[in-house]
Write a protein that binds this ligand. Sequence first.
Ligand SMILES: Cc1cc2nc3c(=O)[nH]c(=O)nc-3n(C[C@H](O)[C@H](O)[C@H](O)COP(=O)(O)OP(=O)(O)OC[C@H]3O[C@@H](n4cnc5c(N)ncnc54)[C@H](O)[C@@H]3O)c2cc1C
Ligand code: SF4
Length: 336
Amino acid sequence: MMRLPKFDYRVPREIAEAVKIIAGSGPEGQFVAGGTDLYPNMKRRQQTPRTVISVMRVPELNQVTGDGKSGIRIGASVTLTDIVEHPLINRDYPVIAHAARSISTPILRNMGTIGGNLLLDTRCNYYDQNYEWRKGVNFCLKKDGDICWVAPGSSKCWAVQSSDLVPVMVAIGAKFRLASTLGERMIDAAGFYNDDGIDYLTKRPDELLVDIHLPPLNGWRASYQKLRRRGAFDFPVLGVAAWIQVDETNNGSGRADTIKNARIVLGGIGPSPIDVKEAGEALIGQPLDDDRIQAAAEAAYVKARPLDNTDFVMNWRKQMTRQYTLRALQELTSMD
Ligand SMILES: Cc1cc2nc3c(=O)[nH]c(=O)nc-3n(C[C@H](O)[C@H](O)[C@H](O)COP(=O)(O)OP(=O)(O)OC[C@H]3O[C@@H](n4cnc5c(N)ncnc54)[C@H](O)[C@@H]3O)c2cc1C
Ligand code: SF4
């Protein structure tokens, strides 16, 4: 049986207290929310904080406020179950509820939070193993070793960004609020992730994710398609988030809506989410018809370069990028 290492456990009740504790803990401190990612990682000795600081009892991190007209603010400690069941999120941001519903299992969603999901550790077949297994292969670059078993000539780690909500947040243009003893800052979801399996966040370790700001609904809609082995539960090995904003000046003219802006964001195939600019550009200035959809899907396929470090054969995952982009865009044609 894998056991947790010993650690101090702190439960602050205010943001100021939480950031003060982590600042005082130095590199040995780490926040925890539901623990569904951190605790298994600690058992496998992949992450080994001496001070673990819970963010679940800070009231500001547990609130959902606003609506589709003004934009919604979701506290980082709101559980995935609360997001799946939230009436306002389901009404105004169904893509968020849909992506959250596809994460893990009902029991894990009761524990797991939106913040923890957006900060999930990157994943790899050579890393998500117990300590003895990893020791047997002399570890790897990401933890305790000096070689990448996926790309042995590479000095970079290619572990995969495997959150279902991350590509959606990037596609819809969400912003994240961070706090530390140095103050607060807002950052775009698009600028939050590094293309590096080890240093995968632009967030400093002493920064607390306070909340997630979803933009107002001004003529946009979005969809998410997830590829995984088991429908019941599994991490995504490809996620496609599609976002379009229509030109509403056409409304009532009898013409099909022209697309003003578009983004196609791929998750689950690299260390960071991939915004395929060529796919978005293929959609702009035209109505969402079959030709445009095919062109965008082709652009996403060309850009996708999955490696052999998660489930399924990498070439097949690349092929599926075309298919899943088609599906995501076709879903958008059936929405209001
Ligand atoms: C069997 C299984 C299946 C899973 N399937 C999926 C899946 O299909 N899709 C998917 O996306 N995920 C999946 N997960 C991963 C995980 O359950 C979810 O991503 C969950 O949302 C993580 O949230 P958490 O609150 O438990 O995170 P935690 O484990 O508490 O934290 C995760 C990381 O975030 C940091 N953190 C948490 N909150 C804050 C904060 N407010 N400020 C700063 N740092 C913070 C922690 O330090 C840690 O590094 C699965 C996990 C398991 C065990
Ligand atoms: S991509 Fe390479 S360095 Fe990164 S976790 Fe996998 S084997 Fe390790």
